[in-house]
Ligand binder design. Structure first.
Ligand code: TRP
Length: 469
């Protein structure tokens, strides 16, 4: 039973936007949201920059102790409140007679999702561009210099970037406008199995490249001396980003979950899939990097310069390179739809608006904000919002380092201290005992304190260090 009065329940039912057809479709959709550029583009390069193995361990700790509990809390809030994040919170606040301050979680989430999508679409557009570049053979046997030039020339051309950004956003809008079953489910039904298949194909291909052992050692040997305090911050930020946490995406998906679905085991499965894909992506990418004598810590360019270069020099690289970027694009699409869903669900429920119309208008708005990120790589490259941050850097920084951790702490505290104990017990199927103790320990103490500590450190480094530097 959802935690709402019968009148509310009737109203919600009327505005309800759909339900997942099965528990497994929810797993696929949540995994689709989680697995994205964060796993394939970001994870390998930040692991590379932060010393490999030691970083991977800290990251796994963050997923286990902070990520999974907050993800469980989100699904629980979405399902118990039955509505878009804003409505779900409103319903829960009313039932618990809590302060309306907590509604900030919903708004913060919608704002963060919108902002993240605006630049996510720009980067995903690069992946679309590279499917076509790899496939057309332009990169066959290029020198490192030429591969770097191709990428920088591409970035310096705003029209090219806008073209691919537009194409990606249009795909996303087209999918979400079709609704939960026809849009979201069909997208994950097609994209996710293909993604797993492509990943396996690439792993096999990489394993034969000759750099596998070195890659394995790089990712799993613990070199603590290379792990700095900053690494903890990056690891936690990555755990949030990769699990799609703290902005209501998973809460919005939670609203479409049936009462019978066991939340804890389902979400643990999603987190395992997400982590496996991140590790597998590292194991697919680093062997190619090492086999070609390239630098594993080459930053964001790892995927767009290093890999195309490596693929261009390998037998069959044209086909496998194109497949690789196809995989990245699939992963990005199923994530992007989850960034838009909370906002759409809110507008549809609040104004009884037509889903298609809302999807198109919000897509256009988000696309427009994305132009700022497009220009950050060329015309506005020297235009800094604060410090040395371009528009793109700024939006990325504010969402990932401020809005997501803040949302995360609030979600944990709300689930831990505002939602009545009985509701939590019912939602999560807790019957006292060991699981309840662990749950309470994680959600009341470890998750909020962990995020808070890292958050304070971010604020400290942002405000204090630039002055002393
Ligand atoms: N998790 C996705 C990735 O790893 C990105 C993403 C989708 C996301 N929805 C989100 C990130 C919500 C933060 C919040 O690429």
């Amino acid at each position: 039973m959802a935690y709402t009065s019968s009148k509310q329940a009737a109203k919600l039912k009327q505005s309800r936007q759909g339900m997942w057809s099965s528990r497994w479709l929810f797993v696929l959709a949540a995994a689709g949201s989680a697995v994205g550029l964060g796993n394939i583009w970001k994870f390998p390069y930040i692991a590379g920059e932060n010393g490999g193995g030691a970083f991977v361990v800290v990251y796994l700790g963050c997923v286990l102790l902070v990520g999974i509990p907050i993800m469980i809390a989100e699904v629980m809030l979405g399902r118990a409140g039955r509505g878009s994040p804003v409505h779900a919170l409103r319903n829960l606040i009313e039932s618990a007679k809590a302060s309306s301050f907590w509604r900030v979680i919903g708004w913060l989430g919608i704002g963060a999702g919108f902002l993240i999508l605006s630049y996510y679409s720009v980067i995903a557009g690069w992946a679309l561009f590279y499917i076509w570049q790899m496939g057309s053979g332009v990169l066959v046997a290029v020198t490192p210099d030429q591969a770097g030039k191709l990428f920088s020339n591409f970035l310096s051309d705003p029209f090219q970037l806008v073209f691919w950004h537009t194409l990606f956003m249009a795909l996303v809008v087209w999918i979400v406008s079709k609704g939960v079953v026809k849009g979201l489910e069909n997208a994950v039904r097609i994209c996710m199995p293909l993604l797993f298949l492509l990943l396996v194909v690439l792993l096999v291909y990489s394993a034969q490249s000759g750099g596998f052992e070195q890659a394995f050692n790089f990712m799993f040997s613990f070199n603590w001396s290379e792990m700095h305090l900053d690494g903890f911050l990056v690891a936690l930020g990555q755990a949030f980003f990769t699990l799609s946490l703290a902005m209501g995406a998973i809460m919005a998906y939670g609203a479409y979950v049936s009462e019978e679905t066991p939340i804890i085991s389902t979400i643990t499965t999603v987190a395992i899939i997400d982590t496996s894909v991140a590790i597998a992506s590292g194991l697919a990418i680093f062997p190619i990097v090492f086999a070609n004598g390239l630098d594993p810590s080459s930053g964001p360019g790892l995927m767009f310069v290093t890999l195309p270069l490596a693929f261009g020099q390998m037998p069959g690289g044209m086909v496998f390179g194109a497949l690789f970027f196809l995989l990245v694009s699939f992963a990005a699409i199923t994530s992007a739809i989850s960034l838009l869903e909370p906002l759409l669900a809110y507008l549809v429920e609040e104004y009884n608006a037509k889903r298609k119309r809302v999807a198109v208008s919000m897509g256009v708005l988000c696309w427009t904000v994305g132009l700022g990120s497009v220009l950050s790589f060329n015309v506005w490259a020297e235009f800094y919002i604060v410090g040395d941050k371009t528009f793109f850097d700024f939006v990325d920084y504010v969402t990932q380092n401020i809005m997501l951790p803040l949302g995360g702490v609030l979600i944990a505290l709300f689930a831990a201290f505002v939602v009545p104990k009985e509701v939590v017990a019912e939602q999560l199927g807790l019957r006292g005992g060991f699981v309840s103790i662990i749950w309470n320990l994680l959600i009341k103490l470890i998750a909020p304190l962990g995020v808070l500590a890292v958050f304070c450190y971010t604020i400290y480094t942002t405000l204090y260090l630039p002055m002393t530097a």
